[in-house]
Design a protein. Structure first.
Length: 312
């Protein structure tokens, strides 16, 4: 009799321990309990308005959401809470690629204090290479326009049309970007500069700050009318064994550099722009070396009868 009671008691203990190990089940009506210290609180709302505009259905909607991401300053990780408000106006029978983003960021742990806000028009956003990447998608006859913003201060650090090439250092979160903004870029950013015969702008920037940029001016020449106004072919070219080119020239890795490297260590590669023109697929190139961690325009090679390159 005693052994039977002992067995029942032991079985009860085993069942209790087993039930404690089960993962708690939550439903739509329950919220998991949180016992940690509250460090921040906020609330937001979304809205939608529907209009009848001459027989067409027009929808204006505003949606606010939150994202928790990690920003890096050197090797230090800074958790950021982003409050993102996206507003768009579109018709039921079309897609609007012009969306207004209003973003505020705040560090939420005992790290460096980070607070900033930014607003811009784009189609979509992503968080890549320690930056906020905003893409404004092209319509017919245009090229996508990209902007990158620092996650540390929210300021614009880089922009280009169509795409970009990247420079990486092993085990370093920050990247360097090189790109070209053409006359075909969505929203036509070159028009605002009001510069005669401006063909495009080439830029160099970090994840945390812009570096330098140059205006490419098209001069009067026999081939001027044939030079395309869209983004040329852009690749990176190694000039030393210390740099390794990958992804068909779209990226370069500085193999001998690390997180302690200085500006003088970012060198030994060039960016090459190739403009194809004419019925015979002729081409002309602009080759700009990178030294001291910036575009070295004084050492650039290009046809001076076709192009003039000026500091932006």
């Amino acid at each position: 009799m005693k052994s039977a009671k002992a067995f029942v008691f032991l079985l009860a203990i085993v069942c209790c321990l087993s039930s404690c190990k089960e993962t708690p089940k939550y439903s739509a009506d329950t919220t998991p309990p949180i016992t940690g210290k509250q460090v921040y609180t906020d609330s937001s709302s979304s809205s939608v308005k529907v209009y009848n505009e001459n027989g067409k259905v027009c929808v204006q909607q505003s949606n606010t959401y939150y994202e928790l991401i990690d920003a890096y300053e050197g090797s230090a990780k800074i958790p950021l809470l982003l409050k993102i408000k996206k507003t768009e106006l579109c018709f039921a029978d079309s897609v609007n690629k012009h969306k207004v983003f209003e973003i505020t960021a705040k560090s939420v742990m005992d790290t460096k204090t980070v607070e900033w806000s930014a607003d811009f028009v784009a189609t979509d956003i992503q968080f890549k290479d320690n930056t906020l990447l905003a893409v404004h998608e092209a319509t017919d006859g245009e090229e996508d326009f990209l902007k990158r913003f620092s996650l540390i201060n929210g300021k614009e650090v880089f922009s280009s049309s169509y795409g970009e090439v990247k420079v990486a250092i092993p085990n370093v979160k920050d990247k360097r970007f090189i790109g070209y903004t053409s006359q075909k870029a969505a929203t036509n950013p070159l028009k605002e500069l009001n510069t005669e015969n401006l063909l495009g702008i080439i830029r160099y920037g970090f994840s945390t700050a812009p570096v330098n940029a140059f205006k490419i001016i098209l001069k009067r020449s026999k081939v001027a009318a044939k030079i395309p106004t869209y983004t040329p072919d852009i690749i990176l070219v190694s000039t030393s064994e210390s740099t390794t080119v990958i992804e068909d020239g779209k990226s370069v890795i500085l193999m001998k550099a690390d997180e302690r490297s200085q500006k003088a260590d970012v060198k030994d590669f060039s960016v090459k722009l190739t403009f194809y023109y004419g019925d015979d697929n002729e081409s002309t190139e602009i080759i700009i070396p990178v030294s001291n961690d910036q575009l070295n325009i004084s050492a650039a090679k290009y046809d001076r009868e076709i192009f003039d390159i000026q500091l932006f």
